[in-house]
Design a protein around this ligand. Sequence first.
Ligand code: 5AD
Ligand code: SF4
Length: 438
Amino acid sequence: MSKVYIETYGCQMNEYDTEIVRAVLQQDRYDLTDSPAEADVILLNTCSVRENANRKVFGRVHTLRHENNGRNVKIGIIGCMATDFKQRLLDDPHVPVDFIVGPDSYKRLAGIIRDAFENEEKGFDVKLSKHETYEDIYPVRQSGVNAWIAVMRGCNNFCSFCVVPYTRGRERSRSPLSVMNEAKKLANENFSQVTLLGQNVNSYSYDGKDFAYLLNKVSEIDGIERIRFTSPHPKDFPDSLLNTVAENPHVCKHIHLPLQAGNTRVLDMMRRTYTHEEYLDLVDRIRAKCPEIVLTTDIIVGFPSEIDKEFEDTVKIMQAVEFDSAFIFKYSERDGTLAQKKYPNDVPEEKKTERIMRLNELQKEHSLKRNRAHIGRMFEVLIEQEQTKKSDTDIQGRNDGNKLVIIPNNGYHIGEFIQTEITDATAHVLKGKVINHK
Ligand code: 5AD
Ligand code: SF4
């Protein structure tokens, strides 16, 4: 039996896709391995959303080829860099890659690998599909408490900075029935949490059913205690979803609401289709309905032509909202995007660095403040790991709001729910003591 080793870069959707690929290859009698040194096939599931992810993969291909010199190993690039890699390979046939398969072609992967061994031919399949959702494939997951379920694929929004609509193609939703069947199977396998994934879950639509309908249906499944989702777009956040988050006890009180920028002119150039004020109004609407909500976000600094005064509008939104946490990125120009075609990448690197440092500092203050507000309160913590990075005598899990909670280990196990009182907090974690466990 041939052995496959897969390395995954980028977002949760890619993690999920790796699980799909494992399933497809296992059906074709491949064995999985955690070690590239014993693999016959090495796959890199790539991400192209920002420049550094791109560069990392190129370096990695060369290292893997070098380390496996002399063995008949096929190295394949799959995922979001597929189309880009194909072009590079056509330009330079010496790039040490044997085949390239895009995110909608995983069902053909086994055949392409076979061809690579039999014909020594470089195989490509980077075609994007309007229909492929893999809803007929049950992913091979690693054990744990959380399972990802992609409920839709692709994106039609074409935010001007973003390469996803080009690498992953048009938006398409899976049937609610297929999502429910997958969640039921997961519950039987003792996964107590599912995270529903989509580039913009607010556009989920299947036979007139919206995303709130899907969340409510999944929440009725016995054994699924917690449902998370990511991400909704601020431009079209519906009341149905807000009510579901606020009222359904199985739906976690956490919303990841990508801001991207705080200035309305910049937002307009980004094609986000909301203004500074509309974003703040949405946050007010969410907090009015669900005061305990945990809000997190994504922010890009140094979008083309963003001046200091406009950057200050991002600071203002952060100060007004006080997010629980934020992923902050420097703008990175992506080939083929509208921003790359229309706007020169003209904010100097030092300016981007200065801005990202300022926002990271500010976010740290807000995270600390919001985490410290948890001290003295009780939360149910779902245990995820039986030790922490720093200690073997502590255990870690998450509360409903997705905050990491560290608790002294008294023989608790992964998957247990523990009633915890928060006793201390840093900007990154809460610390707790156990009150009760079930
Ligand atoms: N440059 C910087 N950050 C980007 N993101 C997406 N595209 C880019 C880009 N070209 C960020 C956005 C998005 C997150 C997943 O990655 O903030 O929400
Ligand atoms: Fe990219 Fe915008 Fe689609 Fe998100 S919504 S994947 S940022 S184009």
